[in-house]
Structures are given as C-alpha cells and as structure tokens.
Write a protein that binds this ligand. Sequence first.
Ligand code: DGY
Length: 309
Amino acid sequence: MIPVNSVLQVGQFPEIMQLEIDRRLSTIKLLDPQGKIPDGSFTAILTRSNTQIPKELLEKMPSVQMVATCGVGYDNLPLGYLKTHGIKASNTPGVLNDAVCELAIGMLFGLLRRIPEAQEYVKSSAWSKAPFTITTTLAGKCVGIAGMGRIGQDLAKRLEPFKVKLAYTGPTQKELPYEYFGDIKSLAKASDILILACPATPETEKMINAEVLEALGPQGYLINIARGSVVDEAALLVALQQKIIAGAALDVFENEPNPNVGFLNIDNVLLTPHIGSATSETRQLMTNLAIDNLEAFYNKKPLLTEVKN
Ligand code: DGY
C-alpha cells in the first residue's frame, strides 16, 4: 500500500499516464519543478524522463527517500545527490524496447527511402511533372549500433532479417555475433548507418563530434534514438549542411521541445518529437512499472528496476 498523498508527482504526464497514476495512487502534483512545492510530507517522487529533477528541489524536501522515474533514461535525476543522501531511484527498462526499436526501424527506412518527402511529392502533385528521386537500399549495408544494452541488442535482432551486416561499440565487448569496435570513430568508419542507443552519461556526452561524422562519411547516415546530449549538434548541423554525411534521423535533441532551428531548414533530415516510447501500450507499461517500484519501496521490498547508482 502506498500511503495517501505521500508521493509528489513532479512534472506533467500525458493523459494516458495520468489516468493510470490517478487510478492507482493519490498523489499531490507539482507540475512545474521550479514552482512552489505544495504542502505535505512527501517520502517519494514520481516523475518522467522529460522532467529534470534538480538537486535544489530535493534539498527542500529532506523527507524524500525514493524517486521513481518513468523512462529507461535517468539522466534527468541528480545522481550524485541521490547517492550521497542514500535516496533510492528506479527507472523503467525493458517495457519500452518494442516501441523504441519500432520507431528506430521506421526512421531508418523513412530516412533511406525519403518517405516523408515522397509523400509530400505526391500531395503537392510534383509527381505529375517528374518522377521522385532515386534513393538507396538498406540490404547489404553495415549498421553500427553505439550502445549494446537492452535496446541496442533488441534492435540488432530486429535488423538481422534485413540482410545487413551488424557491428557495435560500447564499454565492453559482449558475446554477440556482431563485429565489435573498441571506439566510436572506428565503428563510424565501418558503418553505412550509425544508430545511437547508448545512455546519456558524462562518457557519451558529445561523443558524436566532427571527427566521428567525418569517419561516417558522405554516404553515411546517423540515427539518434538515445539523447540529444550524445551528439555535438553544432558539428552535426555543419556535417549535414556540407554533406559530410548523407543524412540524419533525430528523435532526440539537446534542447527539447525547441530544437536548434538549423535542423528545421535542411532537407537531409527526418525529425520526430522524442516519441520513442510514445505508444499507449508502452506508456501504460512504463507508468505501471514506476508505480510497482513505489509500491515495492513502501512495502520495504527490493525495487523491481532499481537504478544502481
Ligand atoms: C526514455 O525512456 O528514456 C525515453 O526517452 C522516454 O520516452
């Protein structure tokens, strides 16, 4: 049992998630994390990955002992503060793999076959004047995956039937039937398509820089379903404008929901508004896993999916 009003919900949730929260819990809401903290003695916070939880917020609420975030990424949490204060945290890995991988594959084909532009071509009647541009086939290409965690591995399995060669990088080599590269630049050089599926950490910050993009080359494509911080966006913009790489599909950006306007004015991109996990089935699973973690915390049981910090 989760005691009534012991959980502070921080941030806004899409309706489908909010309905699930309100069905299972009685929370007090702080929709803007910078806003005034409502009265109450909160022992846990429920939030989601698009909401930054600043350490200053937790400093003002010393009674909080647990933070449950809806999302596999937990770069929105002040990990150092949580660790030094012994505050537990949970995330929602696994339940969003299907949705995120499906989006990645959709973006891959959308980008290579230029599907959004092709639709526009038909709708604008440009087709009646000339045939649409010739694009490129996925089969026979090398897809490099940066980050071979749960999502990376799931993605690789789904890509196998598309007759591609698969390669990856990450902190350690795993027992997988794909070629391993010890660094991102070598992987980029070997890849026709580079997909980012790694967590946002200090080690991966701006990992995709000018040098890596140059290694990916003028026939190469970048797909980012990880976090905007993994890419040096200024370098990517130059690489796209100067055709140092062929194109990019981006679901995540450094500045969400107001991405660098440079991306809006070029045609070799496919842009989506951070919708990797945005299906009703997945969002319900994420919400329920976050609440199951809160329940475990209040029942003094091990958390189901604890963030090991
Ligand atoms: C995650 O789970 O981290 C996703 O980015 C949220 O949609």
